[in-house]
Design a protein around this ligand. Structure first.
Ligand code: PMP
Length: 410
């Protein structure tokens, strides 16, 4: 990493700010926005799927009469628009999570939900459990609270309770929560099976910690039967949402569009009440106008948008898997996601994906995200994340062929 001179303000910054570093990889990825680069780095939804005409109409209708517009352009309640919260509560109930609007907090994207949960649970030195690798944005959202990360071991990497407790005691903190992306995870594309979900809940019960279930990609399933949400399993075991230790983070970003910045937290009333205070202190409320548009979209085209996203991303995933099978050397392996936007690739141990990225961009005009970015402890040098969401089918084919040629040459 390039060394930067110490700024005279540095002694005045809080320790949390000094711990937040621009990632080397994000800096590298800024260089790849030229049009001739085929980028599998993005990981953002395909804008050609946005329901633009419906959105236009929804804003027009919302602002049509002066009284309504005056209300939607005003401050509003921190919990969120009651009608939107009702819709979300019904949506959650359909997933097996019986709840009402009191269990829902509207957030400015699920990213804000993650940030709030970090504020609610973590004091400096506390331990947050997360899979390694996991969503970089979650690690960043929690980082302001100066936590220590420890690896959540599920399935083959199963860990004992004492190993978690000992690790937390060694840093003078407590284990505070476990964070997971159970469906088509960012970055791996992997989905937790039923035994892993049960194991997660048992571990959380024994450690007496909440589970944060980040459901950002859950709707984008291409095939196979969905395992129930971790929260639904917990609600079934404990009787009601208000007894549940699982906190569900949902979002409209992947089904509609990220530009609304509307997501939600579904949790026990106790947790929601605590989070409302954090929301008040943070931004008072999410945009009433955008909440009203989100509700309009949810009521009129949620299922159609889900179907559209699934169909389109499925074809792109298939094309990328075919291209990988056709072009990649035998020494690399990759995951086969049942949904979502990501494939995770593992290179032979001696290869470094950051070096590979530099060569791939320079020599073949193709890009991806080196996997190391997604590990709290800097592991995973020989891994990388490929996203198929943005390029069209031909460029997916072409880009994978180009990447394979750079690898063959190594
Ligand atoms: N969780 C995961 C796993 C994500 O990949 C993302 C977006 N990249 C988010 C949460 C945040 O999305 P949003 O704030 O738009 O809901």
């Amino acid at each position: 990493m390039g060394h930067v001179d110490r700024h005279p303000w540095e002694p005045r910054y809080a320790t949390r700010a000094l711990r937040m570093q621009a990632s080397e990889i994000r800096e590298l990825l800024k260089l790849i926005e030229e049009p001739d680069v085929i980028s599998f780095a993005g990981g953002i939804p395909d804008p050609t799927l946005f329901p633009i005409e419906t959105v236009r109409e929804a804003y027009r209708t919302a602002l049509d009469d002066d009284a309504g517009a005056g209300r939607l352009l005003q401050y509003s309640v921190s919990e969120g628009d009651p009608a939107l919260r009702d819709w979300i509560a019904r949506h959650m109930a359909a997933k097996g999570i019986a709840c009402d609007a009191d269990n829902i907090l509207v957030t400015s994207g699920s990213q804000q939900g993650l940030e709030f949960l970090g504020k609610l649970f973590l004091s400096p030195g506390d331990t947050a459990l997360a899979m390694a690798p996991t969503y970089l944005g979650a690690l960043q959202a929690f980082a302001a609270n100066e936590p220590v990360y420890d690896e959540l071991g599920l399935g083959p990497t199963n860990r004992t309770l004492d190993s978690y407790r000992d690790a937390a005691a060694a840093t003078d903190g407590q284990v505070k929560f476990a964070y997971v992306v159970p469906d088509f995870a960012n970055p791996t594309g992997i989905t937790l099976d039923l035994p892993a979900r049960l194991q997660l809940l048992a571990t959380a019960r024994d450690l007496e910690i909440p589970v944060i279930e980040d459901a950002a990609y859950t709707e984008l399933r291409f095939e196979g039967e969905a395992a129930p949400p971790v929260q639904a399993m917990d609600v079934a075991a404990r009787g009601t949402i208000n007894q549940s230790r699982v906190i569900y983070c949902g979002t409209f970003s992947k089904v509609f569009m990220p530009g609304l910045r509307i997501g939600w937290i579904c949790a026990s009333h106790e947790i929601v009440q605590r989070l409302v205070l954090i929301k008040q202190a943070s931004d008072l409320n999410s945009s009433a106008l955008n909440q009203s548009v989100a509700r309009h979209l949810a009521e009129t085209c949620f299922d159609a948008q889900v179907a559209r996203g699934r169909a389109s991303y499925r074809v792109k995933r298939d094309r990328m898997l075919d291209a990988l099978a056709n072009h990649m050397p035998e020494s690399v392996s990759w995951t086969v996601p049942q949904g979502g936007l990501f494939i995770w690739m593992t290179l032979p141990d001696h290869l470094d994906a950051t070096d590979l990225l530099a060569r791939a961009v320079a020599e073949a005009r193709v890009a991806f995200v080196p996997g190391q970015a997604f590990f709290a402890n800097g592991a995973g040098r020989n891994t990388l994340r490929l996203s198929y969401s943005l390029p069209d089918l031909e460029r997916i084919d072409d880009g994978i062929a180009r990447l394979a040629r750079v690898m063959q040459a190594l």
